[in-house]
Write a protein that binds this ligand. Sequence first.
Ligand SMILES: C[S@@+](CC[C@H](N)C(=O)[O-])C[C@H]1O[C@@H](n2cnc3c(N)ncnc32)[C@H](O)[C@@H]1O
Length: 212
Amino acid sequence: MAEQHYQRLASGCDQLGLSLSPSQLEKIRDYLGNLLKWNKAYNLTAIRDPGDMVVKHLLDSLAIHHHLTGDAILDVGTGPGLPGIPMSICDPDRHWTLLDSNGKKTRFLIQMKAELMLQNLDVVKGRIETLPDTTLFDAITSRAFSSLPDFVDVCLPLLKPGGSLLAMKGVVPTEEIGQLDQTQLKIDVIALNVPFLHEERHLIVVKQKHSR
Ligand SMILES: C[S@@+](CC[C@H](N)C(=O)[O-])C[C@H]1O[C@@H](n2cnc3c(N)ncnc32)[C@H](O)[C@@H]1O
């Protein structure tokens, strides 16, 4: 990563209120370097410019940090590890499970786990619909994965009591929110500020009103 991109990453993390150690910033830098390299052969993401990747992938992922609660997190449809890899580097005390159905992407994630020594991260290849509900999570994140109603339908049974679903969206998905059962679900819409990004970002947090 060129120095200017690294400075933007470090300054963006400061603006998000994240005090990352030099070794955490180095890991995020290495992750981006690998994403750029692997992307040439494996087409892991449509965003190819390193400056855009810093803002639209890394800082965008890290912007949810203060809204996450719990220890066991699932990132569904993680693709090349977004938001899961930057977040797991930032939060070594939480355990992250990164799930994707695409083998090219999970191979990249397994390589990143080894190379960046991410002990708080597991990679699962498979479809979310077939994940057994024997392991439950405190929170489940998704970015560019599915509609909000589909995310809620498939992921709500995988939450521990009191757990939350966090859907990362651009503009507020008013129509999708309207399709959710608001008698059963508590829905919070949080505006996110992603440093250096002049586009809307929102986090939709969904919880069951009456926990099982
Ligand atoms: C548009 S990508 C988003 C990737 C990443 N979250 C991001 O924000 O860049 C959607 C990802 O979801 C995965 N996916 C789609 N349907 C899935 C399913 N039913 N179970 C697991 N992964 C799925 C795809 O393989 C793809 O990597």
